[in-house]
Design a binder for this molecule. Sequence first.
Ligand SMILES: Cc1cc2nc3c(=O)[nH]c(=O)nc-3n(C[C@H](O)[C@H](O)[C@H](O)COP(=O)(O)OP(=O)(O)OC[C@H]3O[C@@H](n4cnc5c(N)ncnc54)[C@H](O)[C@@H]3O)c2cc1C
Length: 391
Amino acid sequence: MTDALENLRNEIRAWLAVNRPNDWRTSADTHEKFAKEQRAWFAKLVAGGYAIPHWPKKWPGGGRSLAEQKVIYEELARADAPRLLLSFVSTYHAFATLNECGSEEQQARYLPKILKGETWCQGFSEPNAGSDLAAIKTKAVRKGNIYVVDGQKVWSTMAQYADKCLLLTRTSSEGPKQAGMTYLLMDMKLPGVTVRPIHQIQGDEEFAEIFLDGVEIPVSERVGDEGDGWAVAQATLASERGLTLMELSYRMRGNMYRLAETVRDHGRADDAGVLRDLGRLATQVDAVCALSDHFLQKRMDGTEAIGDASIVKNAYSRCLRAWADLGVRVGGIDAQYRGPITFGDLNTGNWMADFMNSYAWTIAGGSEEVQRNIIAERMLGMAREPKGWSL
Ligand SMILES: Cc1cc2nc3c(=O)[nH]c(=O)nc-3n(C[C@H](O)[C@H](O)[C@H](O)COP(=O)(O)OP(=O)(O)OC[C@H]3O[C@@H](n4cnc5c(N)ncnc54)[C@H](O)[C@@H]3O)c2cc1C
């Protein structure tokens, strides 16, 4: 650890001691309060210079090296600060998309708004197009200076709070499936947009369906050329499987203390079986952090190989399940306690909610089975899945 990194660690530690919300796990007893608290925490982090370490230097708090970003994530986890669930798609996915593929005009229009708290969601998946994303059917028809959009999206995280949507549409059904896709930025308040939250097993509504009925989106809101949507979508997805996993891995490591406390508080600190599982998990969590570091370094060096991201994603989601599983096993009846608003995260304060949510991560951002196919077929060169396979 260099002096500069040590200084940054001390600086953020001191900042968090004053600014971290203390009662965030119990204070949000309605969805509205949750959204309000998330917005307030984001604004504080922006002002402190810790909300967007991965943005370029010209933005306040941006231009941090990978090592510096790691320190920031470690300290946020150590201080048990809330994750930015509401601004997550805006600051990671929307930023990555606009930064890599958006026009200068689009960047100038939207990036400052994101910093001011504009919330974005991601409208890729559809009822029959998740793993097979190129099967999307939401149709955009160009009429002069607008696209008229009809269709349905599903599983859009936090769409019920969003101002804008990263919308993947189909403008042509000619040629290969990937060729006819077009990427649009959609205002969620436009006539014809209906959002219906989806109630989840743990009792919350983390994501929603979006119904699109004759929605008129200006052509100026298109990212890339018509028909280039698949390539633009890769920029969005790369963000989902990169820095996001680094943050989550470090969060999980920071939360090992919670598991150790649960073991101790439930009188299991001398249970050899539990201690063995805890020890095994601790090494597994360390390995996931090391994998995500290694992966991001490769991405920055330009040496990333197909399958690298899939390895980190599967290692993380497996580990998360083992972590939440142990919490539920040793947490006894307390683990069943249903706190206020939890939302999909590893950090709710409620083991049962975390356990149920841990399964979501084996699906979100591309399901585990499909990641395994990528590793097997495209990385290891194993036999390909027979054509015509279907569920
Ligand atoms: C918490 C969460 C948040 C999400 N947030 C968003 C969001 O903000 N925006 C968005 O657009 N989407 C979002 N999604 C959707 C997510 O991207 C899809 O759910 C995911 O890609 C899987 O697609 P699917 O649900 O259509 O399942 P399907 O593709 O129907 O798969 C069903 C099952 O079949 C398996 N399967 C499918 N194809 C194969 C194959 N070829 N070989 C072996 N097994 C296969 C899958 O692994 C899975 O187990 C989110 C999902 C979750 C769980």
